[in-house]
Design a binder for this molecule. Structure first.
Ligand code: PRX
Length: 655
């Protein structure tokens, strides 16, 4: 076990902000799980007999061949629903389109400029079948990797579902990532096809996508087909024989396609996420278990109903978009809103206007967005009727009590439970969250584990921490939607998630449990930052910086930020012959944006002749973190090789 230090005990927030909010009687009466007693009963059953619980959830899905065994577990390898054959797209589309939900809206979409489309389940079925046929006609086969780099348009979901339908493995890359990030992912996954668009709308401007793909392809030659949606009309070059317009391909494609059943453990997608090295991890999810997890969490945590209009504001480029826009909600046959652009287009009233207009009942967003709305002012939500809402959700980072209260009162009108959902790219589905008709909500805590999820907080020796003492969050039992591996790197998978405590999944988060059994997530224990709810590895930012000719060495750390949660602060020492200047500062900032993407651009760049290091030459980030957080250094500096560096850094920040 590694000798990481357990963080210190965290004191509770003030009584006023930690007020307990019980669900209303009216809400509970209609909910699937109507009371804490009902939650406790089902939770106990799900932990005593997890295989029984998960099997009964899985059986609500359509299997082409029933599974013969629920779980095959030899840590860290899990096989769920062994022997079962399933088609994920059939579950998300066909069983609604060919049944009573055929003419129900699957997606109510708005483009940023204001264009609108409504797509029924029957129409979605046609589109998915057609694109599946397009892929097949162009030679895309089961298990081939398909990179998807799209704006938030319905075709993104169609492309994902079409891949799932034919057993191809999609790798969605967030549309804000730069060409080098695309290149890394192409190389790591070995993708042979790409689905993209000419561009997308963001903050009133066209963000070009196909040209960014072309840039990446200068250094990668394995892609034989690119499908390009015509969204924004910007100039793009199309390479004959390789590049195809989506609408031209779809025009003649057949809308008939029989979904084949794939093994329950058939790979569904790879999604890259940041870790503690410069190389992102390709998190692999498989079919039957992932779908069961996303389906069941939508059903119980969002308490999805046929009459609901659900809206998750995430981008499909992140795990939230995979699990809670595409797979979970569609497996439940819900109607959902999808939006292409920025929350402040044309102004900060956009979300509230859309909630009013589409009568949204369930709204799922991130604390960073809520904080931006608070800053923009109450006049925006005040102009709109938000009374259709019945349930709110939060994801991506701890929600601070101030943001929680604003969300609860201003958006929820004081009568919508807030499900603060804790989970990760690796977990596939929500693992800790209130159950809305049952769990009393307390601002800042994700409260209790989902059914079948056995969460514990352990100290360095592997002993369970007593209440109120912070330790490391682990999951003791396997669950169906857990990642199966890091694509192409089983050793890293074992080392990252299963090495700290043999057989247990380590999440990488610090947390504590209060006396009532609620889990409070404190934040990452590794070198991963959470900027606006997105994971960024400090090592990724550092390796981008040292790739610039002026940079000799760099260290990236997080500092608290009012809106983003964490901001990126970097310390840079320059090579001989280069001088610090405002021009170089902005050049470095843009350079990181170009290598990784705009979300990784450092907020603060500090030039320094040297970085604090141990005698063996390791950069001591802990000191830099303390410095940017508190403005001083009070921690242990005895391991430091050169004490004068600290004085220099202190004076640097004092300027
Ligand atoms: O630190 C936790 C934080 O986000 C990390 C996972 O990031 P990612 O894989 O990008 O997935 C984000 C969307 C699920 C976690 O390790 N995190 C996520 N949700 C919460 C959270 N921290 C506190 N409270 C949450 N509700």
């Amino acid at each position: 076990m590694s000798a990481k230090k357990s963080p210190k005990i965290q004191k509770d927030h003030s009584a006023e902000l930690t007020a307990v909010h019980k669900p209303s009687k009216e809400f509970s009466k209609k909910a699937r799980i109507p009371s804490m007693a009902a939650y406790e009963k089902l939770y106990k059953h799900s932990i005593d007999k997890p295989e029984k619980f998960w099997a009964s959830e899985a059986k609500e899905l359509t299997w082409q061949k029933p599974f013969s065994k629920v779980l095959d577990w030899k840590a860290p390898d899990a096989k769920w629903f062994v022997g079962g054959k399933i088609n994920v797209a059939e579950n998300c589309v066909d069983r609604h389109a060919l049944g009573s939900r055929a003419n129900k809206a699957a997606i109510i979409w708005e483009g940023e400029p204001g264009d609108k489309r409504t797509i029924t389940y029957a129409q979605l079925h046609r589109e998915v079948c057609k694109f599946a046929n397009v892929l097949l006609a162009r030679g895309v086969k089961s298990k081939d990797r398909v990179l998807i780099y799209m704006p938030m348009i319905p075709e993104a979901a169609v492309a994902m579902l079409a891949c799932a339908r034919i057993g191809a493995v999609h790798n969605v890359v967030f549309g804000g990532f730069a060409s080098e990030a695309i290149l890394d992912r192409l190389e790591d996954s070995g993708a042979t096809a790409i689905v993209t668009a000419d561009g997308g709308w963001r903050r009133g401007k066209v963000v070009a996508l196909k040209p960014t793909v072309d840039e990446a392809l200068k250094k990668y030659g394995k892609v034989t087909n690119i499908f390009v949606v015509n969204r924004t009309g910007n100039d793009v070059s199309m390479k004959s024989g390789r590049d195809h317009w989506w609408h031209e391909e779809m025009e003649n494609a057949s809308a008939k396609h029989e979904p084949k059943g794939f093994d329950s453990e058939h790979p569904l997608f790879i999604l890259y996420t940041s870790g503690s090295t410069g190389k992102p991890k390709g998190i692999l999810h498989t079919s039957g278990g992932y779908l069961t997890g996303t389906y069941a969490t939508c059903k119980y945590i969002f308490d999805m109903r046929d009459e609901d209009v659900y809206w998750c504001t995430a981008d499909v480029g992140w795990i939230t978009g995979h699990s809670y826009i595409v797979y979970g909600p569609m497996a439940n046959g819900v109607t959902q809103v999808m939006y292409e652009g920025a929350p402040n287009q044309p102004d900060f009233g956009r979300f509230w206007k859309m909630i009013e207009e589409h009568r949204v009942t369930i709204f799922y967003t991130a604390p960073t967005a809520i904080r931006a709305f608070i800053k923009a002012g109450d006049e925006f939500p005040d102009k709109h009727d938000l009374s259709s809402l019945r349930l709110l959700g939060s994801v991506g980072e701890p929600i601070n009590p101030e943001a929680w209260h604003w969300y609860y009162n201003k958006i929820g009108g004081g009568n919508c439970p807030i499900v603060d959902t804790w989970w990760q790219t690796e977990t596939g589905a929500i693992l800790i969250s209130p159950i809305p008709g049952a769990t009393p909500c307390i601002p800042g805590t994700a409260t209790r584990p989902f059914f079948g999820i056995d969460v514990a907080i352990l100290d360095d020796e592997g002993k369970e921490c007593p209440p109120e003492v912070q330790g490391r969050l682990v999951i003791r039992k396997p669950w169906p939607s857990m990642t199966r591996t890091i694509y192409g790197d089983k050793a890293r998978f074992k080392k990252t998630y299963f090495a700290d405590y043999p057989g247990l999944y380590t999440a990488g988060d610090g947390a504590k449990r209060d006396k009532k059994g609620n889990f409070w997530i404190i934040g990452r224990l590794d070198d991963v930052l959470n900027v606006s709810g997105h994971r960024l590895g400090t090592a990724e930012i550092e390796s981008a910086l040292v790739a610039h000719p002026a940079v000799a060495e760099s260290a990236a750390v997080g500092r608290p930020h009012d809106l983003k949660g964490q901001a990126v602060a970097v310390f840079v020492s320059l090579k001989l012959g280069y001088e610090a200047s405002p021009e170089l500062e902005s050049e470095l900032r843009n350079h990181v944006g170009k290598v990784i993407g705009a979300i990784a651009k450092p907020d603060d760049i500090h030039f320094t002749p040297a970085l604090p290091k141990t005698r063996s030459g390791k950069i001591i980030r802990r000191l830099l973190k303390e410095l940017v957080t508190t403005g001083t250094i009070s921690g242990n500096v005895t391991t430091l090789e050169d004490m004068s560096v600290i004085d220099h850094l202190k004076s640097l920040l004092a300027k």
